[in-house]
Design a protein around this ligand. Structure first.
Ligand code: SAM
Ligand code: SF4
Length: 330
């Protein structure tokens, strides 16, 4: 529990800062200054920390990055973490750009992955190239189809970042149509100000409400009630019953008051808010042989101080995250 009484149940673990895409809003074309390999937590270190977090009450574990599938033998990490279900872990998921799922869906399912988020901003091959700087839309679509063969990984969520000037009504409707045609839950996430992206301006944000209206005009949407209050997404069903859509609105409707999320960076720093400038070093004590009890008190003290407001006070400007999304664990 943090100092505001929020129960923290959700841990995102960035397992690498590297990526095989170069999404324009996330990384420059030449990549970032990658963390040296010795600074990155090993799978055994990740397992020890995740186990500690689960014993402290964390229920949802999401592996992210960077691109988690570029880390060598990801299924072996999933295999190390899956047994934590017997200690209270309720879901073990990854967020991925999807390019390697064609090959990895089976091994990940077999290893014990239970949920997945695939990021996909457009269904237009040229625009996909423009935003990711890779010609890989077909591979991502095959990856999504591969997931359909493994019912133990559900739901299949597709995350979309919409950016004004790039995302058109045609893109939005094509993605909504994907949610109607396929067993995927498509969710739009508002474009957030992050460190590696010098292009962010508030007028580039397409609000969830604006996106919802575009879709609702073509296919009426009904709000789904009774979603968990700590859930970040507002969920709608198509009135004709074919599929559902979600909207995650961190910019226009910040959900700090109910945030139940903390993050572990690829180099073993605990971050209690995406927009925080503070981190708590877990790697050093871990590598210096701290006991579980010592690690637990470091974690409890850091979580107690979890932030509640990510807007800076003057004006309406957003505070930028102080590291790139790929190191923090988007
Ligand atoms: N490489 C994986 C992927 O793309 O799914 C995992 C890491 S990526 C940083 C996680 C998510 O963060 C992706 O869905 C990506 O679109 C999203 N993201 C990155 N920069 C963002 C930004 N400025 N605003 C909103 N979402 C962002
Ligand atoms: Fe890579 Fe994901 Fe960032 Fe795109 S959003 S560059 S896929 S880490």
């Amino acid at each position: 529990m943090d100092g505001f009484g929020r129960i923290i149940r959700n841990l995102r673990v960035s397992i690498t800062d590297r990526c095989n895409f170069r999404c324009t809003y996330c990384m420059p074309a030449e990549g970032l200054d990658w963390l040296p390999k010795t600074q990155i937590l090993t799978y055994e270190e990740i397992q020890r920390l995740v186990q500690l977090f689960v014993r402290l009450g964390i229920e949802e574990i999401r592996l992210t990055g960077g691109e988690p599938t570029v880390r060598k033998d990801l299924p072996s990490l999933i295999r190390l973490l899956a047994p934590l279900q017997s200690e209270g872990m309720k879901s073990l998921s990854i967020t991925t750009n999807g390019i390697l799922l064609d090959k990895l869906a089976g091994p990940l399912a077999e290893a014990g992955l239970t949920r997945i988020n695939v990021s996909l901003d457009t269904l237009d091959p040229d625009k996909f190239h423009q935003i990711t700087r890779r010609r890989a839309l077909d591979q991502v679509m095959s990856g999504l189809e591969a997931l359909e063969r493994y019912p133990s990984i559900r739901p299949i969520k597709v995350n979309v970042v919409a950016i004004r000037g790039f995302t058109t009504e045609t893109d939005v409707l094509a993605l909504a149509e994907l949610a109607r045609r396929k067993p995927y839950s498509v969710r739009f996430i508002e474009y957030m100000p992050l460190d590696a992206d010098g292009n962010w301006q508030s007028d580039l944000v397409m609000s969830g409400e604006e996106l919802r209206q575009i879709i609702d005009r073509k296919w009426p949407l009904d709000r789904v009630a009774g979603i968990d209050p700590s859930s970040t997404s507002v969920v709608y069903r198509f009135a004709d019953g074919r599929g559902e859509m979600g909207f995650i609105n961190p910019v226009t409707e910040p959900f700090c008051a109910t945030c139940d999320r903390i993050r572990l960076t690829a180099d073993g720093q605990l971050r209690t808010c995406l927009f925080s400038i503070d981190e708590t070093d877990l790697k050093t004590p871990l590598r210096e042989g701290a006991s579980d009890a010592e690690m637990e008190s470091i974690v409890r003290a850091a979580v107690w101080l979890k932030e509640k407001k990510h807007k800076i006070n003057e004006g309406d400007a957003f505070q930028r995250a102080s590291r790139s999304m790929s190191q923090i664990g988007g």
